[in-house]
Every structure is written in structure tokens, then in C-alpha cells.
Design a protein around this ligand. Structure first.
Ligand code: SAM
Length: 316
């Protein structure tokens, strides 16, 4: 029985749950990991598959979730991810998506698809191996490119996510756009978000939506599409039918119809990516979940402000 009462005065409710399965990552992207800080996680407190399923079930009973996106950190470092996906399907939620850096994807693809995965966003910030390495601190871009090919061949819906950094990979926008076009998949360019250590640090690497649009317009004719409700990206279509998106938290905030709730690997929920802290639903009694969801909904804002919490904790 789903409650429909958890809705704010703007009509916002939770329909999509993003789960950060681990804050650990096998990349160390410059905008996500504080430079010089070693990544660690206290394994004792991280949720087990059974705990994830129990929390997701309770949230689903309250709000009637439509979509679950598994993310992180790097979600493919959570070894039981396929078991978790099967469990989520058994709860009656079939729209299960994954956001990954792709490093481990090819090896896990069959199991993930057998479990019920249908859609994957793969992060790729550059095609040039040197630029890729300078951002991710990882050498093997081939693994990511192979993962994209294998996921397409397996019949998954595949999208590419690219964070654009001025002076670092802005010259990769057109090669990446052409790469995605040649594979008939969509690519979304992300504006840099003031999350984690970037929150209080001025950065001159920000590259905005208008500049991305201008750059792509220089090689093809494009038309802006109407944004579908609660989508993170605004999309453009080229005259040849290729679609690309921009996730413009700064230039074009999309808070007004946001339906996302986040759950981190410690069992805390967040109603907004800019929330300063999460609400513990791991140890709180079941009776408090409605209250926790209402508190989370009240965290929603009207424009993106960012937070000290890095994406790898809260789930990008
Ligand atoms: N490890 C997975 C991956 O790389 O896709 C999932 C987690 S990662 C945090 C999810 C997405 O968040 C990636 O596309 C990453 O580029 C993006 N991201 C992380 N920090 C960001 C920031 N400060 N601004 C914009 N995007 C960011």
C-alpha cells in the first residue's frame, strides 16, 4: 500500500531513489576526490544487501518508487550488485539503472543484465588517453571504451556522462559528441558542481551550458527539445536526429520538479543533493520512516547550492 501524502507544497514527491552502494571508487577524478586524500571506507558500517533491500522495500511501500539508480562511489565495487538488482526486481521495481565509470563493467555485464539491469550511464570525460588519465588518475581508457561497446552490443540503453572542465577537457566536447553520434547513443555534458572540496574553493574550470551549446552549434544545426518533467538533463537534437543533453545545475537548475531521493552506503537518506546532512534510516525504528521522508522532502531547494559532501558519498 503506497502512501501519497509525502508531497511538498510544490507538488514534489519521491519517485526515483539513487543509491550510493559504496563511497569507494577505483578512479580518483579531480572534481570528486579531494587531492592527496586516501579513499577509505569503514566496512563495518556499510549496508549489506539485505539491509539495502529492507530500506528500499520500506521506502517503496511509503512512496511507490518508479526508478532506482545504483551509483556511488563506484557501484561495481559492491560485489553483490547483481543479487541486489534481483532483489529490487522482486520488490516490484523494474526500472533499474546504473551509473558507472565502466572499468569493471564488461566482466560483470552478463550477470547484471540477467539480474534485470536495462540502462547504464557510463562516465567518460575524454577520448584522449592523456586527458582521461589527468582527470581520472587511471591509465586504462580502453576498459571504458570496451565497456561502452559491450553494453551497446548487449542491448542496454547506454548514455555517456561527461563533466566539462575549462582548460582541461573542453577541447574533447566535439570528439566525444561525434563518438556518441557514431554509436547512436546519447551523451550528456555536466556542468561542474560545487560538491565536496570544491564547495568552498573558487574554480576557474567551470564551463557553462551556453558555451557547450555554442561549441556543438559550430559543427551541426541543433534545436532545443522540451525538457521532460523531473529530468536532470535538457536535450538538444541535431538535424540528423542525434540527441545530446546538458546537466546544467548552475545555469538552468531543475529543482522545481525534482523527484529524487538519495540513500548512502551508511543508511542515510537525503532529499536534496545540496543537503548538508543525511537522515539515518538504518537504525531508526520503522515508525519513524514517514517522518524521515518528510524531513528529507523538506530539504529540497529551489536552486542548486552544492554541499561539502562529495558526490562519491551522496551518489552522483
Ligand atoms: N563512479 C561512477 C561514475 O563514475 O559514473 C558513479 C559515481 S560518480 C560520483 C557519478 C557522476 O558524478 C559521474 O559522471 C561524475 O563525473 C559525476 N561527478 C562527480 N563529481 C562531480 C562534480 N563535482 N560536478 C559534476 N559532476 C560530478
Amino acid at each position: 500500500m503506497h502512501s501519497t501524502l509525502i508531497k511538498d507544497s510544490f507538488g514534489r514527491e519521491f519517485k526515483t531513489l539513487r543509491v550510493s552502494l559504496t563511497s569507494l571508487c577505483n578512479m580518483a577524478c579531480v572534481y570528486c576526490v579531494t587531492p592527496g586524500v586516501v579513499q577509505t571506507e569503514n566496512k563495518q558500517t556499510v549496508l549489506t544487501t539485505a539491509e539495502y533491500l529492507s530500506i528500499i522495500k520500506k521506502i517503496h511501500e511509503q512512496v511507490g518508487l518508479k526508478t532506482i539508480r545504483l551509483t556511488g562511489g563506484e557501484p561495481l565495487l559492491f560485489n553483490e550488485i547483481s543479487t541486489l538488482i534481483k532483489g529490487i526486481v522482486e520488490l516490484g521495481i523494474t526500472d533499474i539503472k546504473l551509473t558507472t565509470n565502466g572499468l569493471r563493467l564488461s566482466a560483470m555485464l552478463d550477470d547484471l543484465v540477467d539480474a534485470g539491469l536495462r540502462s547504464v550511464n557510463i562516465s567518460l570525460d575524454a577520448l584522449d588517453p592523456t586527458v582521461f588519465r589527468s582527470i581520472t588518475k587511471v591509465h586504462n581508457i580502453r576498459l571504458v571504451l570496451d565497456a561502452i561497446e559491450n553494453a551497446i552490443a548487449k542491448g542496454l540503453e547506454v548514455k555517456i556522462n561527461t563533466v566539462v572542465l575549462r582548460g582541461v577537457n573542453d577541447h574533447q566536447i566535439i570528439p566525444l559528441f561525434e563518438y556518441a553520434s557514431s554509436r547512436n547513443i546519447s551523451i550528456r555534458f555536466l556542468e561542474l558542481m560545487k560538491m565536496g572540496y570544491l564547495h568552498y574553493n573558487e574554480t576557474d574550470h567551470f564551463y557553462g551550458m551556453d558555451e557547450i551549446v555554442e561549441k556543438i552549434s559550430s559543427v551541426t544545426t541543433i534545436a532545443k527539445m522540451e525538457r521532460a518533467g523531473s529530468n536532470t538533463a535538457t536535450y538538444w537534437q541535431t538535424s540528423k536526429g542525434m540527441v545530446f543533453g546538458i546537466i546544467a545545475n548552475e545555469s538552468e537548475p531543475f529543482c522545481s520538479d525534482c523527484n529524487r531521493l538519495r540513500l548512502d552506503s551508511l543508511g542515510k537518506i537525503y532529499g536534496c543533493i545540496s543537503a548538508a546532512e543525511g537522515i539515518d534510516v538504518k537504525t531508526s525504528a520503522d515508525a519513524f520512516l514517514t517522518e524521515a521522508l518528510e524531513t528529507a522532502l523538506a530539504q529540497k531547494q529551489d536552486h542548486f547550492t552544492g554541499s561539502e559532501i562529495s558526490m562519491k558519498y551522496i551518489g552522483g
